[in-house]
Design a protein around this ligand. Structure first.
Ligand code: NAD
Length: 476
């Protein structure tokens, strides 16, 4: 499955500069591939190809686009194991997480195959003038897609599928840590019937220069980014020059609140999912745990036991639940956040030590009595560390949960539905998991408020990010 060159206009090609960069297996620290590194000339070739592909794809009947996307879902679903293996090799995550990701990634093709035929519009009477108001949605144009390393398949398909459904060509720049999965998807899209030039993949170790160049090309109309708030902000600045349509899926700092009336077993199961899916390397990962004082002891005991039962190791091995983090700097950041919390008074219930040996491993870790001053209360941990605090008052915990610049997802556990829904409505988050530790679903609008982003992916909304609204004022 392993392709290592650029994919432009349906062809595999070397970078014009001839430059390449290495991709590592985070479990063994071995180089697993040398990948072509795109630069300006390659971006220009991809832009030419995307522009040439645009007209005929946009003019296709929605049903034809839909059938190609549906075929992509079928083909990817038939090859989940191969995709999962590649995801584990370059990202490190355990097999179950990788299968979960590959399944989720494929589902975006099925969902947007169904949405492609539902681009609705409106015809109505203008209330005063007597004119007709005709509203329709049209493909916006070439979309530049930039994705992170934590979900090498799903963060790509979550953008590619709605863009193609909407009628737009794309150029995708995958993260330099994990470019192989996106490259491996291309033969499958060809087999599904995606015309050449419509999807182009440009891995690069010069991301800033490459993306900035594309965002200043007048043929580009959309920039869709998933990654850190810091880089998202930079791209918004670049996008402003040509007033591009931005979709930004940025960082999170998810609170997970367990009330005294929660079902504790359900809360522990939800907390495990919210924290440990993708070993905590997820924007949706629970970052701050607020546990009501009355249930703090049983929750901590059961949750710590569940964390202790996880097996750490090379994600390709049977029975492993937790693979390595993606690279040394991510692992070092997690370790530093734990050290900081402990220095400020937190107690280690489990884990908390970088293991000896090869691979960027960090053990499942539970910290209790984490003070508000700890850095991990404000910053995304992005690793397998749960930071527990307690609360007694509902208004106080809502205030603490909202006291962050982020607003991606929050989790609430309570069996009292009236209270739970009242709390959900007061949380300043784009998504809330209520008695559930997982919100991601291709059929739902995924996205954040505040500095967690702009726009939505998935659901009905996802396709609109790649469409412009046109209104015709008509008389007939
Ligand atoms: P990152 O922002 O460092 O990188 C994301 C992508 O941007 C990569 O492809 C990278 O090569 C590229 N990039 C880096 N600098 C760039 C620049 N100056 N110009 C253009 N492109 C540039 O993020 P990451 O470390 O890969 O991913 C982790 C972050 O992503 C976390 O903050 C996480 O919360 C966030 N994330 C958000 C979502 C979401 O849906 N909200 C999903 C997954 C990850």
């Amino acid at each position: 499955m392993q392709h290592t060159n650029l994919y432009i206009d349906g062809q595999w090609c070397e970078a014009a500069t001839g430059e390449r960069f290495d991709v590592l297996n985070p479990a063994t620290e071995e180089v697993i591939a040398s990948v072509a590194s795109a630069d300006i000339a390659d971006a220009d070739a991809a832009l030419d190809a995307a522009q040439a592909a645009f007209g005929s794809w946009a003019a296709k009947k929605p049903r034809e686009r839909s059938e190609i996307l549906r075929k992509a879902w079928e083909l990817m679903t038939a090859r989940l194991d191969e995709f999962a293996r590649l995801i584990t090799l370059e990202n490190g995550k355990a097999r179950a997480d990788a299968i979960g990701e590959a399944t989720y990634a494929a589902e975006f093709f099925r969902w947007f195959a169904e949405e492609a035929v539902r681009a609705d519009g409106l015809i109505t009477h203008a209330p005063a003038s007597g004119a007709r108001i005709v509203v329709q949605h049209k493909p916006a144009g070439i979309a530049v897609l930039v994705t992170p390393w934590n979900y090498p398949a799903a963060m790509g398909t979550r953008k590619i599928a709605p863009a193609l459904a909407a009628g737009c060509p794309v150029i995708i720049k995958p993260a330099s840590e994990t470019p192989l999965t996106m490259l491996a998807l291309m033969p499958l899209l060809e087999e599904a019937g995606v015309p050449k030039g419509l999807v182009n993949v440009l891995p690069s170790r010069s991301s800033g220069k490459l993306v900035d160049h594309m965002l200043h090309d007048p043929r580009v109309r959309v920039v869709s980014f998933t990654g850190s708030t810091e880089v998202g902000r930079k791209l918004l600045h670049s996008a402003a020059d040509q007033v591009l349509k931005p979709a930004m899926e940025l960082g999170g700092n998810a609170p997970l609140i367990v009330f005294e009336d929660a079902d504790i077993d359900k809360a522990v199961a939800g907390a495990m999912l919210a924290k440990m899916r993708n070993l905590g390397e997820a924007c949706t990962a629970a970052n701050r745990f607020y546990i009501h004082k009355d249930v703090l002891a049983p929750f901590t005991e059961k949750f710590t036991a569940a964390m202790a039962a996880l097996k750490v190791g090379n994600g390709l091995e049977d029975g492993v639940d937790v693979g390595p983090l993606v690279n040394a700097s991510t692992r070092d950041k997690v370790a530093a956040l734990v050290e900081d919390a402990v220095a400020k008074g937190a107690t280690i219930e489990l884990g908390g030590m970088v293991p000896e040996g090869t691979g960027f491993f960090y053990p499942p870790t539970v910290l209790s009595n984490v003070p508000e001053s700890a850095d991990c209360v404000d910053e995304e941990i992005f690793g397998p560390v749960a930071a527990l605090q307690s609360f007694t008052d509902q208004d106080d915990v809502i205030r603490r949960a909202n006291a962050t610049e982020y607003g991606l997802v929050a989790y609430v556990f309570s069996e009292n539905m009236k209270r739970a829904l009242q709390v959900c409505e007061r949380l300043e988050y784009g998504m809330v998991g209520l008695n559930r530790g997982l919100v991601s679903d291709p059929a739902a609008p995924f996205g954040g408020v505040k500095q967690s982003g702009l726009g939505r992916e998935g659901g009905h909304e996802g396709m609109l990010e790649f469409m412009e609204t046109q209104y015709i004022s008509a008389e007939w």
